[in-house]
Design a binder for this molecule. Sequence first.
Ligand code: NDP
Ligand code: SSN
Length: 292
Amino acid sequence: MAEIGFLGMGIMGKAMAVNLLRHGFKLTVWNRTLSRCDELVKHGASVKETPAAVIKKCKYTIGMLSDPAAALSVVFDKDGVLEQMCSGKGYIDMSTVDADTSSKICEAITSKDGYFLEAPVSGSKKPAEDGQLVILAAGEKALYEEALPAFDVMGKKSFFLGQIGNGAKMKLVVNMIMGSMMNAFSEGLILADKSGLDPHTLLDVLDLGGIANPMFRMKGPTMIQENYSTAFPLKHQQKDMRLALALGDENAVSMPVAAAANEAFKKARSMGLGDLDFSAVYETVKIAKDSS
Ligand SMILES: NC(=O)C1=CN([C@@H]2O[C@H](COP(=O)(O)OP(=O)(O)OC[C@H]3O[C@@H](n4cnc5c(N)ncnc54)[C@H](OP(=O)(O)O)[C@@H]3O)[C@@H](O)[C@H]2O)C=CC1
Ligand SMILES: O=CCCC(=O)O
């Protein structure tokens, strides 16, 4: 089995890489903070000191980075992906970015005769550990087919969505909906509490009805306990709201609900909650309640 490169050992990258190693894939990994690769070595991965060195060694390489700036930096900066990109090699960016960022990376990779695929994912830390992500790929179909054995291990379902940008856009639409739902959910929990209802009973009622969903089921009990142990960092959810709103601007789509949700995530960031789980946006609603 050919060795796969993996750049970015954050919450998601690490979970996805460990899962691949557990399933017998050979991986060479890199992370900006190199010490974060140590745990991967224990699982059998090799480590290189630069993205370029990973690209040189591997037929194709996956990137899982925080945001557009990080995704671009890993490709274009010194010792980056582009330096060793050449014919026969592929790069798959699984980070959540906007379509413009993905197009810039695609153009640069293809100008070196390499293959590029964007493949952001739906699903968080636990689905990444368990190989239950939903993969939203677009771009070079041949690379998609080459990567399918790895996608089948990382995800429960892979979509090929056509031209570059479609994966990024689909991911942003999904996360725009999720961020808006999280805000409505937070308001509901507070409204129940403030009006004398037991929020736990609200969770039971919600779970039996037409708007039951895994997010309410998973996050509800921990939010009531004010436990925001990070699966999906709030700062990344706010980035996704910002990028989704920009997509709305481009397409003249009015999104007042998403705009309000974005404000709440910004407020949460200003309160120093950016590294906590995105469910910590609940704290912004609680503050409004506590001060009344
Ligand atoms: N967590 C989740 O539930 C999900 C996250 N996503 C998306 O996946 C991506 C990764 O998320 P997640 O793992 O949670 O994020 P983390 O914040 O845990 O990890 C971010 C990664 O990006 C690296 N990084 C940040 N800035 C730079 C830079 N300038 N140059 C090089 N590397 C950089 C970090 O390196 P270092 O360790 O050195 O800081 C780290 O490896 C994001 O785009 C996110 O939106 C998608 C689905 C679910
Ligand atoms: O981008 C993060 C998505 C988190 C999730 O789908 O639960």
